[in-house]
Ligand binder design. Structure first.
Ligand code: HEM
Ligand code: HEM
Length: 196
C-alpha cells in the first residue's frame, strides 16, 4: 500500500524543484508508441540486407508504413504538448534540467527531420509513401537522380543512428533515476502515476 503524501513531503518536493506534475495518459501513450516505432524502424533497416530481394522489399515497405505511423504519432505528440495545460515541469533543477530539456528538444528535432527525410527518400525513389496497402501519399516530384538519392539516404541513415544512440542514453538516464536515485522521473512517464 502506498503512503499518503504529507504536507512535509509536498514541501520537500517543491523545494527540490518537483512540482508534483505527471505526464497524462495521452502523452504517455504517444511517448511509448514513439519509442516502440523508432526501435522497430531501426531494427528493420539494419536487418533487411541479410534477406533475399522479395523479403527485403516487403521489409522496406513495412518500414515505410511504420514510418507513416510514426509521422502521425510525432505530429500528435507535438500538437498535444503544445495545448496549454499539457506541459509538464521538470523534476530537475540547474544544469541537469537544462541537459534533460536539451536532450528532449534534440530528440523532437531529429524525429521531425528523420520523418521528413524518410518521405523525401521514398519519393526520390519514385514511389509514393504507402500505408499497409490502405492508402499511399504521392510525392510532389518524380524520381530524383542517383547522387541526390545517395545524399538523402546518407542523411537518413546518420540521423537514424543519432536518434537511436541519444534515445539509448536517454533510457539509461531514466533507469539511473529509477534504480539509483529512486525518484519519480520514470514513474511519471508510466501509467498509474496518479493522473492516469
Ligand atoms: C526511441 C526511443 C525514445 C524517444 C524518441 C524518447 C523521447 C522522449 C521525449 C522527446 C521526451 C520528452 C517528453 C516531453 O516532455 O514532451 C521523453 C521523456 C521521457 N522518456 Fe523517453 N524516449 C524514448 C525512449 C525511452 C525509454 C526506453 C525510456 C525508459 C527506459 C524513456 C523514459 C522517459 C522518461 C522517464 C521521460 C520523462 C522525463 C522527465 O520527466 O523529465 N524514454 N522521451
Ligand atoms: C526514427 C525513425 C527511423 C529510423 C531510425 C530509420 C532508419 C533507417 C535506416 C538506418 C535506413 C537505411 C537502411 C539501409 O541503407 O540499409 C533507412 C532506410 C529507409 N527509410 Fe527509414 N528510418 C526511420 C523513419 C523513416 C520514415 C518516417 C520513413 C518514411 C515514411 C522512412 C523511409 C525509409 C526509406 C524509403 C528507406 C530506404 C529503403 C530502401 O532502400 O528502399 N524511414 N531508414
Amino acid at each position: 500500500m502506498t503512503r499518503r503524501e504529507t504536507g512535509f513531503d509536498t514541501a520537500t518536493r517543491i523545494v527540490a524543484g518537483d512540482d508534483g506534475t505527471n505526464y497524462d495518459p495521452v502523452a504517455i501513450a504517444l511517448h511509448w508508441a514513439t519509442a516502440v516505432l523508432v526501435f522497430a524502424l531501426f531494427g528493420l533497416a539494419i536487418s533487411w540486407d541479410s534477406f533475399a530481394k522479395p523479403i527485403q522489399e516487403t521489409l522496406q515497405s513495412l518500414h515505410v508504413s511504420l514510418g507513416v505511423l510514426l509521422a502521425a504519432v510525432v505530429v500528435a505528440r507535438l500538437v498535444w504538448r503544445w495545448i496549454p495545460g499539457h506541459q509538464v515541469g521538470s523534476i530537475e533543477a540547474g544544469w541537469v534540467k537544462l541537459a534533460s530539456k536539451g536532450a528532449h528538444y534534440l530528440l523532437y528535432v531529429l524525429l521531425v527531420a528523420q520523418v521528413a527525410l524518410g518521405f523525401l527518400f521514398r519519393w526520390a525513389q519514385g514511389h509514393p509513401a504507402g500505408f499497409f496497402g490502405l492508402f499511399a501519399i504521392p510525392g510532389p516530384f518524380g524520381q530524383l537522380d542517383r547522387p541526390t538519392r545517395h545524399q538523402i539516404h546518407d542523411f537518413h541513415e546518420w540521423v537514424g543512428w543519432a536518434i537511436v544512440i541519444i534515445a539509448l542514453l536517454h533510457a539509461l538516464a531514466a533507469l539511473y533515476h529509477h534504480y539509483v536515485l529512486k525518484d519519480r522521473v520514470l514513474k511519471r512517464m508510466l501509467w498509474g502515476n496518479g493522473r492516469s
